[in-house]
Design a binder for this molecule. Structure first.
Ligand SMILES: [Zn+2]
Length: 77
């Protein structure tokens, strides 16, 4: 259910996920997600959230100021 408008209609789509730290920005493209058909709120499943976390943690170690990654690439694991 949508946390914003409490509707049940959701669409499968892809979205960009960005996280900002004090010294870096990590952006992940093509992240699988669900989008509320009514208000457009974006949701990530637990499985997707876990992968995002892995990608972000792996990337933090690289200490790039700006990183743009693709969700579908597994090379950084
Ligand atoms: Zn909604």
């Amino acid at each position: 259910m949508c946390n914003a408008c409490f509707n049940d209609k959701k669409l499968k789509t892809k979205n960009i996920f960005t996280v900002e730290y004090t010294d870096s920005i990590i952006t992940i493209k093509n992240v699988s997600c669900l989008k509320c058909a009514i208000c457009g709120e974006i949701f990530f499943t637990d499985k997707v959230s876990e992968k995002i976390e892995l990608i972000v943690n792996a990337n933090k170690r690289l200490k790039n100021e700006i990183s743009i990654l693709d969700y579908n690439l597994d090379e950084i694991r």
